[in-house]
Write a protein that binds this ligand. Structure first.
Ligand code: BES
Ligand code: ZN
Length: 416
């Protein structure tokens, strides 16, 4: 390729400040492609090589005559240049270029996406898929029971106990065993740099085949607490809060790591130190915001074992969450899990969805029951597996999370 340098040069900002307009006329041959807005594509009937639905922007071949035409048009309309030159390092229509082009769009500032006229303001809605319905039958309530039994058997998972990372290391080992059999799965630990906790977060990743820079997140907290004096020295089994959500994620990871490889990257997180102020998720989400990662959705699973609002019912938290993603979850429930969904509020930043939400990422939080009907034994030595524990209820959340990962992970779906 003539222009195969591994860099991407950007000459003009679309609808950018007037100062940049002059550069539109400096368009040179030697740039591979140009990003253009929907108005210009329509008006000049441009041939596009890629269309990005969320932003309404398109990629065109950077032919000198076409670019001059765009500039002239922009000039006549008294508007700025109307394109952005980009150099791609891979030939179009190869797998690598797809990822590169997706990455290019995913880094577009939100403001620019919002300026788009073609944007779907309510966000995308999932359709029914037989392939997803078939995969959901693989979820095993027995395996979830085994995992909740294992995780709640540690005397405590409190982030400042002497054994703060014993269960974390064991989880990482077990997940690595699962990932070993997959060509696109990996597992790592996140060491928290702040001085708030020495407990680690575990992150498992299924690398996306088409849009690896677009990330679908599923999270649960892997710590526990026993409220009162000496929270680290007394039993804190945390079976419901949150061995249950943690086990749901393990089950989803197990099933999805077998393939097929998802189009987007799917990340699973077992957060450290949620019970002392959302510490683990705050640091992870903060780093993602700083790195401008393109997180398309965050699903939080925290407490799924106690069917306090009935066996075929659950709560969905409507504060500190995204209305789009919450509706997305409701639609998935309509297609697959078919439970009664009851809107509920925590009234405060009650779990890890809130940290993502605060940083501008779309988050959703379906939970075992309405807030007032949820398990009252949490944070005590009585948060154990007992006669009220319902593993089928918990498995419903694994199915919901699996449907979420498959729908959002294999589509271009986005929020508004
Ligand atoms: N799982 C709870 C939050 C929760 C409780 C959700 C009941 C739904 C129903 C979570 O682990 C927790 O305990 N959160 C803390 C707040 C956090 C910021 C320390 C809480 O609710 O006190
Ligand atoms: Zn808790």
């Amino acid at each position: 390729m003539a222009h195969s340098q591994a860099f991407r040069s950007i000459a003009v900002a679309i609808l950018g400040p007037v100062a940049l307009c002059t550069q539109a006329f400096m368009a040179q041959a030697g740039q591979d492609y140009a990003l253009v807005g929907p108005t210009v594509v329509k008006k000049l009937n441009l041939e596009t090589v890629y269309n990005h639905s969320t932003s309404g922007l398109s990629l065109i071949k950077a032919d000198r005559r076409v670019l001059e035409n765009i500039s002239r048009h922009a000039h006549e309309e008294r508007r700025c240049g109307g394109y952005e030159l980009v150099t791609l390092s891979h030939p179009l229509n190869t797998l690598k270029s797809k990822a590169e082009v997706e990455g290019l769009f995913s880094r577009l500032p939100e403001a620019r996406q919002k300026a788009s006229k073609t944007q779907n303001r309510t966000g995308d809605v999932p359709q029914f898929s037989q392939a997803i319905a078939d995969t959901l039958t693989e979820v095993s309530a027995d395996r979830i029971k085994e995992d909740i039994t294992w995780i709640s058997s540690y005397p405590t998972r409190y982030h400042r106990s002497e054994t703060k990372n014993v269960h974390v290391d064991e989880l990482k080992k077990r997940l690595a065993e699962v990932a070993k059999a997959s060509s696109f799965a990996s597992v790592e630990e996140v060491i928290h740099s702040g001085n708030k906790t020495e407990q680690k977060t575990v992150r498992a990743r299924l690398l996306g085949s088409q849009a690896p820079n677009e990330i679908v997140v599923l999270g649960a907290h892997f710590d526990s607490i026993r409220k009162g004096l000496f929270p680290g020295r007394k039993p804190a089994p945390g079976a419901d809060d949150d061995a249950s959500g943690s086990s749901n994620l393990i089950e989803i990871f197990r099933i999805l790591s077998k393939g097929p490889q998802p189009q987007r990257t799917i990340e699973f997180m077992w957060y450290a130190a949620e019970e002392v102020g959302l510490v683990g998720s705050a640091e992870v989400a903060g780093a993602y915001a700083k790195e401008k990662k393109d997180v398309v959705g965050v699903l939080n699973l925290d407490m799924t074992l106690f069917p306090g609002s009935g066996t075929l019912a659950f709560g969905v938290v409507t504060d500190f969450t995204s209305p789009w993603l919450t509706n997305y979850i409701k639609e998935l429930n309509r297609h697959y899990t078919k439970a009664k969904v009851i809107d509920t509020e925590c009234d405060y930043a009650c779990s890890d969805h809130a940290t993502w939400h605060r940083l501008g990422f779309p988050a959703a939080f379906p939970s075992e029951a309405t807030f007032s009907q949820s398990n009252k034994n949490i944070h005590t030595q009585n948060d154990v597996i007992d006669s009220k524990s319902d593993f089928n209820h918990s498995a419903m959340f694994a199915r919901l999370g699996l449907a979420y990962a498959m729908s959002l992970g294999n589509s271009r779906h986005r929020g508004p």
